[in-house]
Ligand binder design. Structure first.
Ligand code: NDP
Length: 286
């Protein structure tokens, strides 16, 4: 029940009405027995600073930040984590007394999804990331930080590829599409496959990489989570590969935010179940 003492958090972005975060966080607050509530706020491009002013004035405890505000919020914050500073982007804002702190939980969420859900430790793995936008950069930095021996960036535009490779330090370099077959772990960090329900009619499906190049022993992770089973995940599984959906990263980056805001353990099972249930409610195959 929402009362006068309920504490409030939310997500800012545009478009925002499709966000799974309200389902995930409200389920988490219920499971943890916390008197908190979480709402989605449609904030137009250019209005991130106004939203932060609103957060301060209204005393919101935390804000998740999504497209297109992850970079724009930085200038309105008082403190940044080292990840947020290096990436030039924050996806999580916490109120610390009168100050607002920005974190970037995408990379840690990605690594947690590998370690906790899949039992895969990136330490020593050769990795390739296809795509070099905000998600690709966060994953590149996190994989290097987790000990990956190599982080190869494959992207259609060279400048973002070089920027992402630099974030992986000495382990990072720009590579070619052919190299996806030479690594242990392949990550799709492009939006290709988003909103595409896998066709059973044999129609061409947009794939971000050539699955014919992949072989046994390789793991494929698709950061796209809507639908959960993307054309890439489906095609990789059809070749007998271990393919991981983007839902794990979504849940674990939210779990980091939950811990930052509440200082409590995140109820991962309840959060995951809520995301799956919301996708099913929308008729999206899981
Ligand atoms: P950006 O727009 O910042 O970057 C997109 C990247 O994909 C760019 O490198 C772009 O290349 C490349 N790209 C886009 N379209 C194509 C195309 N048609 N062919 C080849 N490459 C293409 O997006 P984000 O990094 O923020 O997000 C990428 C995906 O990751 C989204 O689907 C998002 O939903 C998902 N995501 C999932 C998360 C999770 O928790 N599971 C968290 C964050 C993101 P170029 O540089 O040439 O433009």
């Amino acid at each position: 029940m929402i009362t006068g003492s309920t504490r409030a958090a939310g997500v800012i972005g545009t478009p925002i009405r499709h966000s799974l975060s309200p389902s995930i966080f409200n389920a988490a607050f219920v499971a943890a027995g916390l008197d908190w509530a979480y709402l989605a706020f449609e904030v137009p491009e250019g209005a991130a600073g106004l939203a932060l002013g609103g957060m301060r004035a209204l005393g919101l405890e935390g804000l998740s930040v999504t497209m297109p505000h992850k970079a724009a919020v930085l200038e309105g914050l008082d403190e940044l984590s080292t990840d947020a500073e290096a990436l030039g982007a924050a996806n999580c804002i916490s109120r610390r007394g009168g100050l607002l702190r920005g974190d970037n939980t995408d990379g840690p969420g990605f690594v947690d999804s590998l370690r906790i859900d899949e039992g895969i430790d990136p330490d020593g793995l050769r990795c390739a990331i296809v795509g070099a936008g905000g998600a690709g950069r966060a994953v590149a930095r996190a994989l290097a930080g987790a000990g990956a021996s190599e982080v190869v960036i494959v992207n259609r535009s060279p400048e973002p590829a070089a920027r992402a490779a630099a974030l992986a330090g000495g382990q990072g370099r720009v590579g070619t599409a052919e190299e996806v077959g030479d690594v242990d772990l392949v990550v799709n960090a492009t939006p290709l496959g988003m909103g595409v329900v896998v066709s059973t009619a044999g129609e061409p499906e947009p794939l971000p990489l050539d699955v014919q190049r992949l072989g046994s022993g390789q793991t494929v992770v698709d950061l796209v989570y809507h639908p959960a089973v993307t054309p890439l995940v489906s095609a990789a599984r059809a070749r007998g590969l271990h393919a991981v959906t983007g839902l794990g990263m979504l849940i674990h980056q939210a779990a980091h935010a939950f811990r930052l805001w509440t200082s409590e353990d995140a109820p991962l099972e309840a959060m995951s179940a809520a995301a799956v249930a919301e996708l099913a409610r929308r008729g999206v195959p899981a």
